[in-house]
Write a protein that binds this ligand. Structure first.
Ligand code: ADP
Length: 162
């Protein structure tokens, strides 16, 4: 049987324990999971693409069958290039549903051979969002329950006055 490959695209600005939880769970289903930082000029990010790749790689620590990269352009085009049969996405609260559904439908229209697989977050990360993690750190709060220690340190370095 052909190798089952999934592409997990996202901003990962920064990667959180919610993202890592999804990555490891996706790896239980697929032979290979490619985590790909989307290069999106329209979105203003706190971390550069290179910083995000480094944070993901450091944490995933050469985990067998998990790769980290970046991509620009259409997600399904990149997925095809990687030989992926599926896209991984996370569905947190109901609020994610409409957005994820429209992404999945658009991607299906563009490339019917690639399916979107949505995973529910594990309980502690149900409402965890990168945007809120950044806000908490910006105002001096601790986020050790949401991101690994090295990433919390990198977040603090982005807000040196706190
Ligand atoms: P985007 O900006 O495209 O939403 P993100 O980096 O925010 O990219 O998220 C990438 C994917 O990971 C999305 O499908 C999102 O729903 C999912 N995700 C983010 N945080 C969590 C979490 N705590 N639990 C489960 N899925 C998550």
């Amino acid at each position: 049987m052909a190798e089952r490959i999934a592409l997990y695209p996202g901003s990962f600005d920064p990667p959180t324990l919610g993202h890592f939880d999804l990555i490891y769970r996706a790896k239980r289903i697929f032979d290979k999971v490619i985590v790909a930082v989307a290069v999106n000029e329209a979105k203003t990010a706190l971390f550069t693409v290179e910083e995000r790749i480094k944070m993901l790689k450091e944490e995933l620590n050469n985990y067998p069958g998990i790769e980290v990269t970046s991509f620009g352009g259409l997600t399904v085009e990149f997925a095809k290039k990687c030989g992926a049969q599926a896209l991984i996405r996370g569905l947190r609260a109901i609020s994610d549903f409409e957005y994820e559904l429209s992404l999945a439908i658009n991607n299906q229209k563009l490339e019917p051979s690639i399916d979107t697989v949505c995973l529910m977050p594990s309980d502690p990360y149900l409402l965890l969002r990168s945007r809120q993690v950044k806000e908490i750190v910006k105002f001096g709060g601790r986020v050790s329950h949401y991101v690994p220690p090295k990433i919390e340190k990198k977040l603090r370095e982005k807000f040196p006055n706190i």
